[in-house]
Design a binder for this molecule. Structure first.
Ligand code: ADP
Ligand code: MG
Length: 326
């Protein structure tokens, strides 16, 4: 199949977003926005760096690629609208599988009324999928990492460590409880979009999504806000059958594993009830996992067995290629 037939096969026949003037089929897409702030993010997935075909199907690669971008929009409290996809296609990937990647993206896109409005298709050595998303917030209503203040409560949505537990199960076949649940949490994460869109009544909030592990995300909030964060390790939320793993695995995956695509944020204590209301209305668990202090020597401290331990290094960085635990 040539490039043109391929593009034709992935093109939507109709679009959902009323603001779209031109989708796929010209040199660029056009949409009109008059009153809202435009929020955009991009994330790239490379075969054997971000996923492996042994553990992930083409459909799941696509689903995940768009899901992780949606998680960035959720972390800004933005309403999803559009996505663009650039793919590098190696000769050993059949076109059918590339279309499956787009089917995976479409499945989650439909749930969020998103339209595919452009991209690029080129051949190359390794499969690489780069997704760009565009969303909206009301003017001045995007949620930033720089909004944490001393005295705030630190919260996390959902449960932590599940994605790494799922990956562990895939890499180490054996007898596990809730295998399908954990594996799904790894392959097809559910970004917290509806929760993020229900936070209007909270006036001040720092927000970040958990892609790299909560210790690293907490440090990003601390750095942007010039504060320090204390995380109460025993209070980190876990799934009910998470205790089938060793204490060391549980702690490592929760603090440094990442890829849960939950949200971490901070709110003033007075706004905790408003946060709980959003949690209730969107059926999204929210847990108090720590608090914000004036800036200290370390940006993040773990409160464990009544002791404060500074967190020294953060999760995974692609340029240095170091995976550290603490
Ligand atoms: P151009 O030469 O102007 O870059 P292309 O031939 O690359 O145009 O693309 C034609 C149309 O198809 C454009 O609207 C482009 O955005 C869209 N397109 C190309 N590849 C993809 C893709 N992987 N996903 C979505 N849209 C794509
Ligand atoms: Mg092009």
């Amino acid at each position: 199949m040539d490039e043109f037939s391929f593009i034709k096969s992935i093109k939507q026949h109709t679009y959902k977003q009323a603001s779209l003037l031109k989708g796929i089929g010209d040199d660029a897409a056009v949409f009109r926005q008059m009153s809202q702030d435009i929020v955009t993010a991009t994330d790239m997935m490379v075969e054997d760096v971000h996923f492996s075909r042994e553990t992930t199907s083409a459909f799941q690669v696509g689903y995940r690629a768009l899901a992780i971008n949606l998680s960035d929009l959720a972390a800004m409290a933005a309403k999803p609208a559009f996505y663009l996809v650039s793919v590098v296609v190696p000769s050993h990937w059949p076109t059918r599988d590339i279309q499956e990647i787009f089917n995976g993206m479409k499945q989650i896109a439909v749930n969020h009324h998103m339209d595919l409005i452009g991209g690029d298709t080129v051949s190359g050595k390794e499969l690489c999928v780069s997704v760009t998303v565009i969303g909206y917030t009301a003017q001045h209503k995007s949620r930033y990492r720089h909004s944490a203040r001393p005295g705030d409560i630190v919260f996390a949505t959902g449960t932590l460590g599940d994605s790494q537990a799922g990956l562990h199960m895939l890499m180490n076949p054996g007898m596990y409880q809730d295998y399908d649940y954990f594996v799904r949490r790894h392959r097809m994460p559910a970004p917290r979009v509806s929760f993020a869109l229900n936070l209007d009544r909270v006036s001040r909030m720092a927000l970040n999504d958990i892609s790299d592990g909560i210790a690293s995300e907490a440090s990003e909030i601390a750095g942007a806000s010039n504060v320090s964060l204390v995380l109460k390790v025993a209070d980190l939320p876990a799934s009910s059958s998470y205790d089938q793993f060793t204490a060391e695995q549980r702690r490592n995956w929760q603090l440094f594993g990442g890829e849960d695509f939950e949200l971490i944020g901070t709110v003033p204590e007075s706004e905790w009830p408003a946060l709980l209301q959003a949690s209730h209305e969107t059926n999204t668990a929210v847990t108090d996992i720590g608090y914000v202090t004036e800036q200290q020597q370390s940006s993040v401290y773990l409160l464990e067995n009544s002791q404060y331990k500074p967190v020294k290094k953060q999760g995974y960085t692609h340029l240095k290629q170091v995976k550290s635990s603490e």
